[in-house]
Ligand binder design. Structure first.
Ligand SMILES: O=P(O)(O)OC[C@H]1O[C@](O)(COP(=O)(O)O)[C@@H](O)[C@@H]1O
Ligand SMILES: [Mg+2]
Ligand SMILES: [Mg+2]
Length: 325
């Protein structure tokens, strides 16, 4: 069967050159991060700050290395005016001439920090926004509905790249030559599922809606849902969402009594929004509990937000529980 690589897909999907070149830069950054992760323990790069390797040398942090890789690939791209990153307190603004710029990227260069040193899937998450080239910094706080594209890379037993553009999410797999090969043209999340993902150790902090949802699921065949549920929690958002895109399910990081002061756990611009755009394009639903996630108006670049996404029937059920509060 003929293989379609990323550059052929970009042409086929008629992605405008500016965005296509920038998606290519981001894909190249992800391929380089995948390569770094493959041999990180040998090279003395760790997930934990302040550690030393067997030679007693200071180890570089994988989050920082991944952030540097994103910058190295995006700084030379003349279309990119700004970069927002989990690892940078302030946005990075690039000087461009009058006929250049116009795109901003928001990224979580490496997601899944608790899994970095245990060889479990981690990822990179990214969102593409349009910004005026002459004043990009003032236009970074856009709701998720304004994203022109988004995606993530999952560094698992293979490296997957998922991109969403104009309401269609597609998946690619990194081959041995460093090319991303299309492996699923259209991702679709089944509307029903019997699998949920939540950090259950936080139960004592949960609100009533989350408590009821999990309690009903745990009751299985004997409960109000009349079917058995399974729980899967990797602890890397990318890995948990990738599983849901492949076979359905629901992911929850709700607002709870411990995270309420901060507005939630996960970040709106570079974790929640890109994932919500992908999930909606795949026919799923993305919610904060009380409302549609993509409509949330950001007030700061590192803003946090409650996240409930996945199979539509399941998310709707949780939204109904929030309406009853
Ligand atoms: O283990 P916790 O505190 O419940 O948090 C898990 C969540 O934290 C994250 O690791 C946060 O992302 P970072 O690793 O990029 O900070 C998510 O991937 C994951 O869903
Ligand atoms: Mg993250
Ligand atoms: Mg991160």
């Amino acid at each position: 069967m003929a293989r379609t690589n990323l550059s052929e897909w970009l042409l086929h999907r008629q992605v405008p050159p500016k965005l296509a070149e920038t998606m290519t830069s981001v894909a190249a950054a992800c391929a380089e991060i995948a390569e770094v992760l493959r041999t990180a323990p040998i090279e003395g790069i760790s997930g934990v700050a302040g550690t030393t390797n067997v030679q007693g040398e200071d180890q570089k942090q994988l989050d920082v290395v991944s952030n540097d890789i994103f910058i190295e690939h995006l700084r030379p791209n003349r279309h990119v005016s700004a970069l927002v990153s989990e690892e940078l307190e302030e946005p990075l603004l690039f000087e461009r001439s009058a006929d250049e710029g116009g795109l901003a990227i928001a990224c979580d260069p490496l997601d899944g920090s608790s899994n970095l040193d245990v060889n479990v899937t981690v990822g990179s998450i990214f969102s593409f926004l349009e910004v005026p080239a002459d004043d990009p910094g003032a236009h970074l706080l856009q709701p998720g509905t304004e994203q022109i594209a988004a995606g993530y890379a999952a560094y698992g037993n293979s490296t997957s790249l998922v991109l969403v553009y104009q309401g269609q999410a597609s998946a690619f797999t990194l081959d041995a030559s460093g090319d991303f090969v299309l492996t699923a043209a259209t991702l679709t999340i089944p509307s029903e599922s019997a699998e949920y993902a939540i950090n259950a150790a936080r139960e004592r902090f949960w609100d009533e809606a989350t408590r009821t949802y999990v309690a009903d699921s745990v009751k299985g065949e004997d409960g109000p849902l009349g079917k058995r549920y399974n729980m899967r929690w990797v602890g890397s958002m990318v890995a948990d969402i990738h599983r849901i895109l492949m076979r359905g399910g629901v992911f929850l990081y709700p607002l709870d009594s411990e995270t309420v002061a901060k507005g939630g756990r996960l970040r709106l611009l570079y974790e929640a929004n890109p994932m919500a755009l992908i999930v909606e394009a795949a026919g799923g639903r993305a919610s904060t509990g009380p409302g549609r996630l993509l409509e949330a108006a950001p007030s700061s670049i590192h803003q946090r937000i409650p996240v409930i996404l996945g199979s539509s029937a399941e998310v709707e059920r949780i939204e109904r529980l929030y309406q009853q509060l």
